[in-house]
Design a protein around this ligand. Structure first.
Ligand code: PRX
Length: 639
């Protein structure tokens, strides 16, 4: 085996726990020093301006250099960085040298368009190599990317571009999904229409599908700009705390939060966790994380962690069932994938299709399996382990969030004895607690709230443009501790079980959605007077969106039957937010259950949505409301 990756030291994992426990700061400094620093840091953490941390503050580095040039200079330029598999079956591979060359050109393109350090660039692309190239090019010149998932609507795109004041948008004509070309550019045109986002000066357009595109004065073809750009580009060093990206995620209010991450600490933890949680062997592994770069998993475990670690990875454009239901397993067989990182919702849908599909493929290359995004039920865990992992590959159930930037709680292969359904233990260097209402740590077997008790390198540095919301959302509930928004419990062995969100955030197929955001989308329709949205348990998607709406009296006739209302409003939500937010079910009701102070009691609506006996109604202003909702349901008036 080649020893050319010696500069990426492999740690002995059982030592990591004791080292981190003995000297947490020294431990993180050691992890950071696995990166290339143009200027070494002398300070590890400054927490004096809590809750805004600075890590490795006086150090300087270039994130893209760490993910690219460094490997080429160490003699690993020929190693494949990306195997891209397009949905229609086209494929392309980039070596580290080739990817570096592409990113250098793209960095020159950005500079030629006037993008400077600190400027925001919105990226709205399908899962194609250009998405990764664009992210790294933005990072290379010290600008800030804001990747917006391609499934979000024009409205959502506009809100995000506007909030970040993006100067440039990078998009494509479209991408391939479920066997057909699906356009992206029209959503950008809509978002920028009538000068709705005046900060945007240009739009770079990647040609992917070759479909018709409407051309505006701001548009430039990516390929033409790349062809005209200089091939050489020197990576300059930026301070460790230089902002790297903003990623929008749902919170408890209608407005998405722009989570801000910076460079040195983020890359340190993304690379460290990727190496240790997946037991990485950079020289021989073929790694595949199925997440889209539009989510945090695609940032930390497609773009940054794996490339910082110089591994070969696969990226796939499409859906698991196109053109056939064995597509993922075919990809694993083709590239001899050894590490697979995916979400429980995908595993559950494969389980439903049956093992005969994966059994047709050679999955013997798989060595480690990862899970992320939502609790993995023990049944799905066992199926994943047996059918995909051949009972050989350990499963790492990784808990983390957009805000934490990188994995926080997970077993370590070969060290932790895994337990189906539990994310288990904080990784070395992280201090996680389960606390009660008063913020005091609970005994094992008691349910409470998950908190992170000490700052960590890849922690969010704020909410873009909203320091007050940052303080209130994460730090006010349990002073001195980060409140994650999740319920949790430690079992008798001290292993952590995540119990799901304790706020009005839902987790649908591993995607975070806000009740308030969907409610605002519903009430923006002229028929709707009031709406309440809850997440109900769902066998396939973990949770599903269930909405209760009250129609405006003067619109009842126009709206028609409940089935019509449901169909129209589901489409309306897809248009306002994106298809992922479409309610599974919409119930038309005459009243919503409210307390005397006017707060909607979603707990009771969840009982209805989950078909459970309705809980305590004594705090309702009108205790008959729930019986009228139940009576309507029983009468089968809703679809
Ligand atoms: O509720 C937790 C759940 O996903 C939330 C974070 O969502 P997001 O920021 O979109 O990031 C998802 C990918 C990291 C958490 O608050 N969650 C994430 N991973 C797990 C999980 N719940 C249980 N087990 C997990 N492994």
């Amino acid at each position: 085996m080649s020893d050319s990756f010696e500069y990426l030291a492999r740690e002995t994992k059982s030592d990591l726990y004791s080292k981190a426990k003995k000297d947490r700061m020294g431990f993180w400094a050691e992890q950071a020093n696995q990166l290339h620093w143009h200027k070494p840091f002398t300070k590890t953490l400054d927490w004096s301006a809590a809750p805004v941390a600075t890590w490795f503050e006086d150090g300087e580095l270039n994130v893209a250099y760490n993910c690219l040039d460094r490997h080429v200079l160490a003699g690993n330029g020929e190693r494949i960085a990306l195997h891209f598999e397009g949905e229609p079956g086209d494929s392309r591979s980039y070596s580290y040298a080739e990817l570096t060359a592409e990113v250098k050109r793209a960095a020159n393109v950005l500079t030629s368009l006037g993008i400077e350090r600190g400027d925001r660039v919105a990226i709205y692309l399908p899962m194609i190599p250009e998405a990764v190239i664009a992210m790294l090019a933005v990072a290379r010149i010290g600008a800030i990317h804001s990747v917006i998932f391609g499934g979000f609507s024009a409205e959502s795109l506009a809100t995000r571009i506007h909030d970040a004041d993006a100067k440039l948008v990078i998009t494509a004509d479209g991408g391939f999904r479920r066997g057909k070309a699906s356009a992206l550019k029209p959503a950008v045109d809509d978002a920028l229409g009538e000068n709705a986002c005046p900060s945007v000066e240009n739009v770079l357009v990647v040609k992917r599908t070759g479909g018709e595109v409407n051309w505006t004065a701001k548009d430039i073809w990516w390929s033409e700009a790349m062809a005209a750009a200089d091939a050489e580009h020197e990576a300059h060093a930026f301070p460790a705390e230089n902002p790297l990206f903003i990623l929008y995620t749902s919170g408890t209010t209608g407005k998405p939060k722009g989570i801000l991450h910076t460079s040195g600490g983020y890359l340190t933890q993304a690379a460290y966790t990727h190496r240790n949680v997946f037991d990485l062997r950079s020289e021989s592994d073929v790694y595949w994380c199925t997440a889209d770069v539009g989510w945090i998993t695609g940032h930390s475990y497609v773009a940054y962690g794996p490339l910082a670690n110089g591994v070969t990875q696969v990226i796939y454009e499409g859906t698991p069932d196109a053109p056939h239901q064995g597509r993922w397993w075919e990809i694993i067989e083709k590239y001899r994938v050894s590490i697979l990182y995916t979400a429980p919702t995908a595993i559950r849908s494969f389980m439903k299709l049956g093992r005969s599909i994966p059994d047709k493929f050679d999955l013997s290359s798989i060595r480690v399996l990862g899970s992320v995004g939502e609790p993995i039920n023990p049944e799905a865990w066992l199926w994943y382990s047996e059918v995909i992992g051949g009972n050989r590959a350990p499963i790492v159930d990784t808990w983390w969030q957009t805000e934490t930037g990188a994995i926080m709680i997970s077993p370590l292969p070969g060290v932790t004895t895994t337990k189906p359904g539990s994310a288990q233990v904080a990784i070395p260097g992280i201090v996680a607690k389960v606390v009660g209402e008063d913020g005091v740590e609970l005994a094992n077997e008691e349910s409470g709230y998950l908190t992170i008790a000490e700052p960590w390198p890849s922690m969010l540095r704020g909410i873009w443009g909203d320091p007050k919301r940052f303080q209130e959302t994460y730090w006010d509930r349990f002073p001195g501790q980060y409140f994650a928004g999740d319920g949790a419990k430690k079992d008798a062995d001290g292993d952590i079980w995540i119990l799901g969100r304790v706020d009005d955030v839902m987790n649908v197929s591993g995607h975070r959605l806000s009740s308030a955001e969907i409610e605002s989308a519903l009430v923006s329709h002229p028929w709707v007077a009031e709406a309440a949205v809850v997440g109900a348990n769902d066998e396939m998607t973990g949770q599903a969106v269930v909405a209760f709406v009250i129609l405006r009296l003067d619109q009842v006739e126009a709206a028609g039957s409940d089935a019509d209302v449901s169909r129209v409003l589901r489409e309306h939500v897809a248009k306002e937010i994106g298809p992922i937010a479409k309610p599974r079910q919409i119930m038309v009701v005459a009243e919503l259950p409210k307390t005397r102070s006017g707060k909607i009691m979603r707990r009771l609506l969840r009982d209805v949505a989950e078909d459970r006996p309705i809980g305590d109604v004594t705090t309702l202003a009108d205790t008959t409301v729930m019986s009228s909702i139940s009576a309507k349901l029983a009468a089968g008036a809703n679809d």
